[in-house]
Structure formats: structure tokens, C-alpha cells
Design a binder for this molecule. Structure first.
Ligand SMILES: Cc1cc2nc3c(=O)[nH]c(=O)nc-3n(C[C@H](O)[C@H](O)[C@H](O)COP(=O)(O)O)c2cc1C
Ligand SMILES: [Fe+2]
Ligand SMILES: [Fe+2]
Length: 400
């Protein structure tokens, strides 16, 4: 087990979990994840973040390759979520640090997760600097990116930004740097997956924070998940974040649906044919076959989202409801929407779907489409027309 020197006297001492699949209980991580932690060797030795609780020993082993854990003087907790601080108790017990730095709001989450401790916790705020010998650490709060306590640590002498959850990706690999990772498409996908399932609601904050990042002299960004960015990859990532945060309309559509007896599924395919006729590439996703986080990731490239559910006990099917709840919480912006579904006797579902999309401030150019029992030719034509109507509104939004 090796530590990896990423800059002179700065080492990666994190943990790679190849088999992790349930990321934080709400997203999948189909290829595992990495909890990054970093150590800076100087007159004061500093550990930046820890790892998930179950990886505490891995961190200690790697750390021991660089220095004896007892020689850690400071721990910086950029964010108190337990994927970074689950190991804190064990690490503090072993290292007995002289100081633990957290943001002002981090004091609350620290007390919430680790009450009744007598740890030497010191709150810091944006612009606070500490000198640890040859190096300086400058703290920058990034409130609500993605927790109130979140902050990043900048080491100007090394042009290094330790960015915590910002710019992360759920990737498990022996590559430490993005430029060493050969699966380029997978990398792009994991960036979108991470952003669309974690960072998206805070897009307005992202747009305010990126200029701060750009104002710093940086040639390396070391996030707490996945690959480290260096050289030109830093600017490319900033640009990706700007694009994902702006959410400008994109000419692509997502249809997600559930079905009991395949009528709503048939409707979904007819809606897709209307979109495709207008040259809007479309992805159909059954919410039974696709995890809600995978559906969300797909939305990253889609300016339109259409949703289908049959009426079930006077309402919509539970997996569609779950998808809509999850999507609403992630606050996507600037989408065009549409709704459809089959029914037997009361037929409430398309109306409820339309209301759910409206609650996400989507533009809804067409009335919801519903059909009794099996869709007839005319019903399928109505679905096709829904696809065309949404496509036209999307094309106008893309051109406008
Ligand atoms: C358990 C169950 C409950 C249903 N509840 C309703 C209902 O409350 N109102 C309604 O209009 N149709 C109801 N239906 C009828 C379905 O909406 C209808 O069969 C529809 O065509 C199913 O579409 P699907 O093939 O996409 O599943 C129900 C069907 C089932 C199996
Ligand atoms: Fe987090
Ligand atoms: Fe995290």
C-alpha cells in the first residue's frame, strides 16, 4: 500500500473502494469510489480530511509510509460528511493533533457527529491563513457546496487547491491523476453523474464560486473523490462545471416511465418517435430498469424531460413518484416537460405528472396525453404529437 506524492512533500493517503455501489444511500456508484485524503509534511504536518469510517486503517497504513501518524500536528476538516470524517474518531485517537480546523458552520456538524469530545477544534473563515513552515494554508468557505460547512483549502506555494467534494467523481482506479486514466468516456460520465446527483441544486453557488477558483493561481486541484486534476485539466473541469451549472437548453430528450401492462410503455415509444422525427435524440428509461440516479445523470444532456405513468389506485406508480421526488430535490432548471399515461376508469395520473413537472418550473407546451386501456392508433398519434410539440419548444429554446 503506497502513498503517492502529488506535489513536493504533499501526499495522497486516501482509500480506493472498488466495490462500493450505494453511494451515500441515494446514488449508485457503479464503479466504486475513492476517498481522498492528503498529508502535507512541513514544520507542522497537516492531514487534509480523513476517509469513510471503514477505511480508517487504510488511511493510517498509507500515512505511515510518509510519517508516523503521531507526528500529525493539524487536521483540516473541509467538510464534516461521514465519507470524509467517518474515520475522524480513530484518526484523532491515534494522531492526537494539536489543532483541528473546521469552518464556522462546521463547528455545528462536528458537534452533531462527535458530541462530548474534548478535541482542539478551531473554527476558520474565508481568507484565514495559517503558516505551517514553508507552506501557507488559505481557507475558503464554499457554503452549500454542498453542505453549510463545506470549505476548500488552498496552498499558494504549490498552486494546489484541495477542493473537497467539488470536482469529485465516483471512480475507483489505481490512477491518481485524470491524465493517467484511460477510460475517457467513463470519466466524463462520472463527472456528470456526480454533479447531477449531488451538486446540481447548488448550481447558482457554483456560478458564484467558479470565478473565485479562477482568480487563484492553481495548477492542481485535488478533490476528495476520484481523480486529481493537473495542468490543462483544471481549466477543462472549471468549464464543465460552468456548463453544467448554467443548464442551457440542449437538443436531447429524456423519457422516463413505469408501466404495469405495457400500455404506457407503448405510449413512451410513440412520444419518442415524435421527438426523433424532429431530430431530437431521445433516451427512453424505464424507472424499473434504471436507478433514479442513472435517470438523473441522463438529464445532464437533455433539455426536455417527459414522464409517463399509468393511473394506479387514483395516482401514479410509486417508482415514478420516487423519481419525481428525487428530481425535484435536485432542482433542475430550464427544462421543457411533457406527461402521458394509460388508465382504466378514472385516469388521474397524467394530470399529476404534469403538476409535478410544473412544480419544477418546467415549460409545458402541450396538454398531458392520456389513453384508456391499450393505446389506439389515434392515441399513439396523440403521443407522437406530444413528442413533436415538446421537440418544437425545445428547438426554439435552443435557438433562442
Ligand atoms: C392495481 C391496479 C389499480 C388501478 N387503479 C386505477 C385507477 O385508480 N384509476 C384508473 O383509471 N385506472 C386504474 N387502473 C387501470 C390501469 O390504469 C390500466 O390498466 C392501464 O391501461 C395500465 O397501463 P399500463 O399498461 O401502462 O400499466 C388500475 C390497474 C391496476 C392493475
Ligand atoms: Fe459531501
Ligand atoms: Fe464526499
Amino acid at each position: 500500500m503506497q502513498a503517492v506524492e502529488i506535489k513536493k512533500d504533499i501526499y495522497w493517503v486516501g482509500a480506493v473502494d472498488y466495490d462500493h455501489r450505494d453511494f451515500h444511500g441515494y446514488s449508485t456508484s457503479p464503479e466504486g469510489t475513492t476517498y481522498n485524503a492528503y498529508v502535507l509534511k512541513d514544520e507542522k504536518n497537516v492531514l487534509f480530511d480523513t476517509v469513510a469510517g471503514e477505511c480508517a486503517k487504510t488511511l493510517l497504513c498509507r500515512l505511515a509510509k510518509v510519517l508516523e501518524p503521531e507526528k500529525i500536528d493539524y487536521i483540516v476538516c473541509n467538510h464534516m460528511e461521514l465519507d470524509h470524517q467517518g474515520a475522524l474518531q480513530e484518526i484523532v485517537a491515534r494522531t492526537k493533533p494539536e489543532k483541528i480546523f473546521v469552518s464556522q458552520t462546521g463547528m455545528k456538524s462536528m458537534a452533531g457527529y462527535y458530541p462530548n469530545t474534548d478535541w482542539p477544534v478551531v473554527p476558520v473563515k474565508s481568507g484565514d491563513k495559517i503558516s505551517v513552515g514553508k507552506h501557507t494554508i488559505v481557507f475558503q468557505e464554499t457554503r452549500m457546496l454542498h453542505w453549510p460547512d463545506s470549505m476548500v483549502s488552498y496552498i499558494p506555494e504549490e498552486k494546489l487547491l484541495i477542493s473537497n467534494d467539488i470536482f469529485g467523481q465516483n471512480i475507483a482506479s489505481s490512477a491518481r491523476f485524470a491524465d493517467e486514466y484511460t477510460q475517457k468516456e467513463d470519466y466524463e460520465h462520472r463527472i456528470k453523474e456526480y454533479y447531477y446527483n449531488i451538486v446540481l441544486p447548488y448550481s447558482p453557488m457554483v456560478l458564484k464560486t467558479l470565478p473565485v477558483v479562477e482568480s487563484l493561481d492553481i495548477d492542481m486541484v485535488a478533490p476528495d473523490h476520484g481523480l486529481i486534476l493537473r495542468g490543462e485539466e483544471v481549466g477543462r473541469m472549471v468549464q464543465r462545471y460552468r456548463t453544467m451549472a448554467e443548464q442551457k437548453p440542449q437538443r436531447r430528450a429524456l423519457i422516463f416511465y413505469d408501466t404495469m401492462w405495457h400500455s404506457t410503455e407503448r405510449m413512451a415509444y410513440a412520444v419518442a418517435s415524435g421527438l426523433e422525427e424532429c431530430q431530437v435524440p431521445t433516451r427512453i428509461m424505464s424507472v424499473k430498469q434504471n436507478h433514479h440516479s442513472a435517470v438523473m445523470t441522463e438529464l445532464a444532456d437533455c433539455g426536455a424531460v417527459l414522464c409517463g405513468s399509468p393511473t394506479h389506485n387514483n395516482t401514479i406508480l410509486p417508482l415514478v413518484s420516487a423519481q419525481l421526488t428525487y428530481m425535484k430535490g435536485l432542482k433542475p432548471l430550464n427544462r421543457i416537460g411533457g406527461a402521458f399515461g394509460s388508465y382504466g376508469w378514472s385516469g388521474e395520473s397524467p394530470k399529476y405528472l404534469q403538476e409535478a413537472l410544473k412544480a419544477m418550473k418546467m415549460q409545458l407546451p402541450c396538454e398531458p396525453v392520456k389513453c384508456a386501456w391499450r393505446p389506439s392508433k389515434d392515441d399513439l398519434k396523440a403521443c407522437h404529437a406530444l413528442g413533436v410539440g415538446v421537440a418544437k419548444a425545445l428547438i426554439e429554446a435552443c435557438n433562442g
